[in-house]
Design a protein around this ligand. Structure first.
Ligand code: B3K
Ligand code: ZN
Length: 883
């Protein structure tokens, strides 16, 4: 906690470390109040450093220093200095030397959940990005890679399980009746990948034989009693291991791979070498406790962390500015994995939804930063949608431009060149350019220019010449610190759909033979023109198929073109996109009308589409569930972009839901009946898709006139045999003020009050309710035994759900929602700055709201920014949001 303005760290100031650490031996004696860490570091000056005189300055925070030795000799207090953030040894020997420190830390008091902490009696660590310095003094930076040996001593009763990275090499009893285990990790790694877990844990075990025939032991550790909820995670892990071998040629490298699930964790999971630590939300699943979405998230996150073993661990980042090197690439890899395991189009739609919901507002607001940022105050604030999701889109664009085969060649070269290194974005791009034979010179800009490019496309058909001329142009609005933008290299997949609904083969001017029906055009200048010949009839253009670039496209399409594409586009993504755009156009007109009291022109095409899709003989339920959903209130706010009136948006969207439900009621009822899944629960995409569609129908039916929807939801809630159906029904009821709602919430609570993960769902559902009393309810729930500010999942379920997923009630006209959330940010900042700063993100789009709300939000932001003793995390977000 600090008061003075913290200084930013800048990429341009990067220098190699003055010292190298070759080997690390950690001897850790666990104790809740005073864990003793004896660190022995084999070090030497780094020959690559130009600063030959620099003193040895080690990072360390919240540590009690008990002893310092160099080459066995205890150092007197005059030979080193210590402050709140570091230990400096004034003089070090020439050549190799051994530095020993003995320190103490207090896991029990660690509410920030960085470094070593206790959660439900389990010792656990989180070191990325800079948590290792809370365990021992160290050069805590990713380009300092060393081989670790870790000896953990703990109580035999309360910590029978003692885990760290690598392979176990020794175990035994100590004289005082405790026990120890020693681990050795042969792969040099940065300190952020260090992990330690100790406690009375149960586990499940399996095996995986790698492509070269090595047998790997797989273990998932959980709190005792939860072993029956790990099967899906284990299956997902084995599938991920196999997929990475087949798709990327990557084999696992240790004899054992372990995962531990804990209940208090700042994020989803962490890829520590050989010992991943997970938020238990992303491990534990049983049909009666986890939803289809939970299963899908478990599969994706297990894969993501596992994939880091190559993209992140074997090749790590030189510095934290390179974070996208491991995160963007690994997200791209996990997206591909999910696409192969489930439905590719549906995965693409949900990824783009996520990108637009989180990354676009970030890129268009005060917190905009490039995928590779050039400065930060607190690195934990940069684990953002831009680094992760836009970072993944950049990899996807390279993949699109290279095609799968050449992309693989590029990746192979990247692994070959940089295995065992701490690399940069440039290293990655050079390897991809060389291996995939691509010119990425201009493309590189995507990594350092922030902002979402806007692409304008318009076409003209020449009936006499049978040509179609497509013009595209790009602009990018200024973002903080970047006024002028150079043109991006934008790959745009394009198709032309003929009046018969079929794609026309695309032949560009100057080409002999007709080409493919979807082609990737490269918009590299501010403008570009392409002329297609042999186009027999006037087509409707389908631009940016598959969303080949993270841009905002205006394709200049008329309503009837959108309706046409909604029905006929062979590209599923663009079919969905046409429907979304149609609904968005309609809703924005309705919002305007709600504001000035006029009646908008009713667009019935969407309702007709819902009706027709549901009534069709053959349907793909998962896709239909996506296409019939209206854009969210947040999406609409974002598209409207200024003077947003949240009430008008809510009213308009509800009115359209009512219109659709009324028009398509019979089809909705019949699909609701037809999509019922019977038999044992299976979380696969086919069954999950049917449930998704059935529950989407239920949502609409609840909006239809009459109380049939409520009746159906109450019935579904009573008879549900799995959490997906149960929670979907509860969610529908949560927005309706009726006795069935209260009854269902009470029953749910009674049934699940001892299951913390299910209680999180119960909290979230109430926090997201559109009913007017929601804020009071949320305040009451902060006193409920299921809630505590000390557990990030609880905070996210109750408070973040309210602040970020309940636009209507967070933006209460009098500012009560803002006040409440700001109070919570300040309260949380004292406990867990990282999670507090995330929560504060709910204010990032404050400038887009109508003047009264804008003022109220600004007032709260100023109150936060003006508070003494803020963490770096909250200080950075508050000050940048206001700037
Ligand atoms: N690498 C971690 C995230 C660490 C966040 C630190 N604030 C999980 C992941 O992206 O796989
Ligand atoms: Zn990651």
């Amino acid at each position: 906690m600090r008061n003075e303005d913290p200084r930013p760290i800048r990429l341009k100031d990067y220098q190699v470390p003055a010292f190298d650490t070759h080997e690390v031996m950690l001897d850790i004696e666990l104790d809740p109040k005073a864990t003793r860490v004896h660190a022995t570091l084999k070090m030497a000056r780094n020959p690559a450093s130009t600063d030959k005189k620099a003193p040895l300055k080690l990072d360390g925070e919240k540590l009690k220093l008990l002893e310092v030795k160099i080459d066995g000799e205890v150092l007197g207090a005059n030979r080193y200095s210590v402050d709140e953030e570091s230990l400096t040894i004034h003089e070090t020997p020439e050549g190799d030397f051994t530095l020993e420190t003995v320190t103490a830390c207090a896991p029990e008091d660690n509410t920030a959940l960085e470094g070593l902490y206790l959660t439900d009696g389990i010792y656990c660590t989180q070191c990325e990005a800079e948590g290792f310095r809370r365990i021992t003094y160290y050069l805590d930076r990713p380009d300092n890679m060393a081989v670790f040996r870790t000896r953990i001593t703990g109580d035999r009763k309360s910590e029978p399980v003692l885990l760290s990275n690598g392979n176990p090499v020794k175990k035994g009893k100590t004289k005082d009746g405790r026990h120890f285990v020693e681990w050795h990790d042969p792969f040099p790694k940065p300190s952020y990948l260090f992990a330690l877990v100790a406690g009375d844990l149960g586990h499940v075990e399996d095996k995986f034989t790698t492509m070269s025939g090595r047998e790997v032991t797989l273990r998932i550790f959980v709190e005792k009693g939860n072993e029956d909820r790990c099967a899906y995670a284990m299956e997902a892990l084995k599938r991920a291991m196999k997929w990475d071998e087949e798709r990327f040629g990557r084999e696992y490298d240790l004899d054992i791979f372990m995962i531990v699930a804990v209940s208090a964790f700042n994020m989803g999971a962490m890829e520590n070498k050989g010992l991943n630590v997970f938020n238990d939300k992303y491990i534990l699943a049983r049909p009666d406790t986890a939803t289809d979405a939970d299963y899908a998230a478990i599969e994706a996150i297990i894969a993501h962390e596992y994939f880091h073993n190559w993209t992140g661990n074997r090749i790590t980042c030189r510095d934290w500015f390179q974070l996208c090197l491991k995160e963007g690439l690994t997200v791209f890899r996990d997206q591909e994995f999910t696409s192969d395991m489930r439905s590719r189009p549906v995965k693409r739609i949900s990824d783009v939804r996520l990108l637009r919901a989180h990354q676009f507002p970030e890129d268009g607001g005060p917190l905009a930063h490039p995928v590779r940022p050039d400065s930060y105050i607190e690195i934990n604030n940069f684990y953002t949608a831009t680094v992760y999701e836009k970072g993944a889109e950049l990899c996807r664009m390279i993949h699109t431009m290279a095609g799968p085969k050449r992309f693989r060649k590029g990746m192979d070269l990247y692994f070959e060149r940089h295995d065992g290194e701490a690399a940069t974005v440039e290293d990655f791009l050079n390897a991809l350019a060389d291996g995939a034979k691509l010119d990425l010179t201009q493309f590189k800009r995507w990594y350092w220019q922030s902002g979402t490019p806007e692409v304008l496309a318009s076409g003209r058909y020449d009936a006499a010449r049978k040509t179609y001329t497509l013009k595209m142009s790009q602009v990018c609005q200024p973002t903080p610190g970047q006024r002028v933008k150079e043109p991006f290299h934008i790959p745009v997949a394009v198709g032309l759909v003929g009046p018969d609904g079929k794609d026309i083969p695309l032949t560009l001017d100057g080409e002999e033979k007709p080409g493919a029906k979807t082609r990737v055009l490269h918009l590299t200048g501010r403008e570009g023109t392409w002329r297609f010949k042999n186009v027999p009839e006037k087509p409707v253009p389908s631009i940016l198929r598959g969303f080949t670039a993270p841009v905002k496209l205006d394709a200049n399409l008329k309503e009837r073109d959108l309706v046409f594409l909604m029905k006929h586009d062979s590209d599923s993504f663009n079919r969905w996109e046409a429907a979304q755009r149609y609904a968005t156009n309609l809703l924005t007109r309705m919002v305007e009308a709600a504001k000035d009291g006029s009646t908008p022109r009713k667009g019935t095409a969407f309702a007709e589409m819902v009706h027709d899709l549901l009534s069709a003989k053959k349907i793909d339920p998962d896709f239909v569930a996506q296409i019939i959903l209206l854009p969210s209130e947040q999406t609409l706010a974002q598209i409207i972009g200024q003077d947003v009136d949240v009430d008008a948006i809510h009213t308009a969207r509800e009115a359209l839901r009512l219109a659709i439900a009324t028009h398509a009621k019979d089809a909705l009822l019949s699909a609701y009946a037809r999509m019922e899944v019977t038999g044992p629960y299976n979380p696969d995409a086919a069954d999950a898709g049917k449930r998704a569609l059935r529950n989407a129908c239920l949502g609409y039916l609840a909006a239809a006139p009459g109380d049939e929807g409520v009746r159906l939801a109450a019935e579904q809630f009573r008879h549900a045999t799995n959490m997906t159906d149960s929670i979907a029904a509860l969610s529908v009821l949560s927005h309706i003020d009726c006795p069935e709602r209260e009854e269902a919430l009470a029953t749910f609570h009674e049934r699940w009050k001892d299951n913390h993960l299910v209680m999180d769902k119960w909290l979230a559902i109430q926090a997201m309710s559109s009913l007017p009393g929601t804020l009071d309810e949320v305040k009451r729930l902060t006193q409920h035994p299921a809630f505590t500010m000390k557990n990030p999942n609880k905070v996210r379920s109750l408070i973040t759900s309210f602040a970020s997923a309940n636009q209507l009630r967070f933006h209460d006209a009098k500012g009560a929602g803002y006040r409440f959330v700001a109070d919570k940010v300040l309260e949380l900042d004292k406990l867990n700055p990282q999670v507090a700063a995330r929560l504060l993100g709910a204010f990032k789009s404050w400038r887009q709201f109508e003047p009264k709300r804008r003022k109220l939000m600004q007032k709260e932001l100023k109150r936060i920014a003006g508070t003494d003793g803020l963490s770096r995390d909250v200080y950075e977000i508050a000050s940048k949001t206001l700037a």
